[in-house]
Design a protein around this ligand. Structure first.
Ligand code: F6R
Length: 607
């Protein structure tokens, strides 16, 4: 996730900004840049790679000035390159910006500006710099306010102008910014981490607010440029707590980020009026897409579970035969592939050795190979001939959570896009998107039950085995819940499609084996309910994930976690969250190292 830091005061800005960038490194980044201002002249330097590379690039240039801004970039629009790194300048080199977020209408804006402005990057952010330049008539705050009215999307933006060395302008819509209140100096940053060595008194900008930071004061305005009064908060966090933004672990923070990163994954990729989605990175024409006769997902671990959900979704929505295979098996199997087989390699890190080997094998055999990847510029992203970034931002906890939901989010949009090119009607596509519209709000509702899940976890923490059950599209959800529990709590658990129980696993049931079952209201509800009743009859405790309003659920379970109703294809996006929370709470109650579980690595680059 990109990071921002800005400074105005009486001290030499560059060392403070460089130190701020280092403190933002934990967010993950692929390039960095800095700009300072002295005597009406802007110094600006950018570099791909680590902060040290930027430091080397600056060399002995000695950027002067007591005002400046800096950025670490995690690429979204435009590849990883120096020209795409921030800060971005407008045409006349007087104005410089750093930006987090996504400008959704940047293509239209860029097309309008292109006749009179020269663009030097592929980013959506640069468009904002030119827009502000167009609006600039000697007052930077007015120019920013006017430009932002034309923008659709999200931003945390900080702007500096060579003619106005006495102020920095910052604005927020959907992408956090916090202002640090020093003595005669002010900081602005994407989170509190870079500010903490200098001040613990902060003001959080809210959406639609613009801040003007001067050496003697900070003023905050709304988009109509009316003054807004804000409270100052005193932060008690130390560094590590600040990086976790108050959450006790990165895993919990990442679970709670799911509604936000889900919005990032789908933003600008839906076309409601046509009832479809558009994932441009696929790099396939419509006739090529229609010619796809088979889809194959290859992945490992959690990403494999996302692929399993993809199989259900692709066959249901797109009516294309679909398979999913663990990459370590696929690479050594004599898989039959042809030029009409579309292989999706799914990977958070983009570096998993088995998935990468599967990509190479599939390409060798002539299949169409695309990536569904989180880390921009990673090997799988580079070695596939296109695909989609899931925009989950850096995932620091070893156990994957938000990347999983965003993989599913992207796969579902692909299923819709293919479906609309084949059998799916406009009405069905629109109905899907209608249900899709409030998923992030529903995710927030699920997260509100965190305390209740923690209480339930307390009651079950002493068990040594668990069984997870699901059916249909919720079977992979059960698998994912089971994997989460195993990897961070070290408790043995298994997951089964509930209809398979009679064929052996029923023998395990009894008071020593609690069962977590996903029994939401979908076409398999009645079947699942019978399975749950059978489990209960054999003496196992039952924890249910059930749909809000299902009054029968409590009667057949010991504990119930309710989730909002949605259409079946979207259920995994909600139903996985309580299982992630359950695993998290059990593991913390057992005192496990939740973010760094034993024997596991975040990126498995060896076979
Ligand atoms: C589980 C987990 C792993 C990864 C797997 C694939 O929480 O994180 O199972 O999903 O190692 O990793 P990526 O997605 O980076 O290819």
């Amino acid at each position: 996730m990109c990071g921002i830091v800005g400074y105005i005061g009486t001290r030499h800005a560059a060392p403070l900004l460089m130190q701020g960038l280092r403190r933002l490194e934990y967010r993950g980044y692929d390039s960095a840049g800095i700009a300072t201002l002295e005597n009406g002249s802007l110094f600006c330097e950018r570099s791909v790679g680590h902060i040290d590379a930027l430091k080397e690039k600056i060399g002995d240039q000695r950027p002067e000035g007591t005002i400046g801004l800096a950025h670490t970039r995690w690429a979204t629009h435009g590849g990883v390159s120096e020209k795409n790194a921030h800060p971005h300048r407008a045409c006349n080199d007087s104005l410089v910006i750093v930006h987090n977020g996504i400008i959704e209408n940047y293509r239209e804006l860029r097309a309008e500006l292109q006749a009179t402005h020269t663009f030097t990057s592929d980013t959506d952010s640069e468009v904002l710099a030119h827009l502000i330049e167009v609006e600039y008539q000697g007052d930077l705050r007015h120019a920013v306010a006017r430009a932002l009215k034309k923008v659709r999307g999200t931003y945390g933006v900080v702007v500096m102008h060579a003619s106005e060395p006495e102020r920095l302008i910052a604005a927020r819509m959907g992408s956090p910014l916090v202002i640090g209140m020093g003595k005669g100096e002010y900081f602005v940053a994407s989170d509190a981490t870079p500010l903490l060595p200098y001040t613990k008194d902060v003001t959080y900008l809210d959406d639609g607010e613009i801040a003007e930071l001067r050496r003697g004061e900070v003023r905050i305005y709304d988009l109509l440029e009316q003054s807004v009064q804000k409270n100052i908060h005193h932060i008690e966090w130390d560094d590590e707590q600040a990086q976790k933004q108050g959450y006790s672990h990165f895993m919990l923070k990442e679970i709670f980020e799911q509604p936000i990163v889900f919005r990032d994954a789908v933003r600008g990729r839906k076309i409601p009026e046509e009832g479809t989605a558009y994932l441009g990175g696929l790099n396939m024409s419509e006739p090529q897409m229609r010619a796809v006769s088979r889809v194959l997902f290859v992945a490992c671990g959690t990403a494999y579970h996302a692929g399993m959900i993809g199989k259900y979704a692709f066959e249901r929505l797109a009516r294309i035969p679909c398979e999913v295979e663990v990459a370590s098996e696929f690479r050594y199997r004599d898989c039959v592939l042809d030029e009409n087989t579309l292989v999706f390699a799914i990977s958070q890190s983009g570096e998993t050795a088995d998935t990468l080997a599967a990509v190479r094998e599939a390409r060798r055999k002539g299949a169409i190979v695309r990536g569904i990847v989180n880390v921009v510029g990673s090997t799988i992203a580079r070695e596939t001939d296109g695909g989609t970034y899931i925009h989950a931002g850096p995932e620091l906890a070893v156990a994957s959570t938000k990347a999983f939901t965003n993989m599913v989010a992207v796969i579902l949009l692909y299923a819709l896009q293919f479906g609309r090119l084949k059998h799916m009607s406009l009405a069905a596509g629109q109905e899907f998107l209608q249900a899709h519209f409030d998923i992030s709000t529903k995710m927030e509702e699920v997260l509100q039950q965190n305390d209740e899940v923690a209480r339930i976890a307390q009651r079950y923490v002493h068990y040594r085995d668990f069984l997870f059950l699901g059916r249909g599209i919720n079977y992979p959800v059960a698998l994912e819940g089971s994997l989460k529990l195993k990897e961070i709590s070290y408790i043995h658990s298994e997951a089964y499609p509930a209809g398979e129980m009679k064929h052996g696993v029923n023998a395990l049931l009894g008071p020593e084996l609690p069962v977590l079952a996903v029994m939401t209201k979908n076409q398999l509800y009645e079947k699942m309910r019978s399975n749950v009743e059978e489990v209960r009859a054999r003496g196992s405790k039952v924890i249910l994930i059930a749909t809000e309003g299902d009054t029968d659920a409590r009667a057949i379970a010991d504990d119930v976690i309710f989730v909002p109703q949605t259409i079946e294809a979207l259920e995994p996006l909600l139903n996985t969250i309580p299982l992630q929370l359950f695993a998290y709470h059990v593991a913390t109650l057992l005192g496990r190292d939740v973010d760094r579980p034993r024997n596991l690595a975040k990126s498995v680059t060896v076979e």
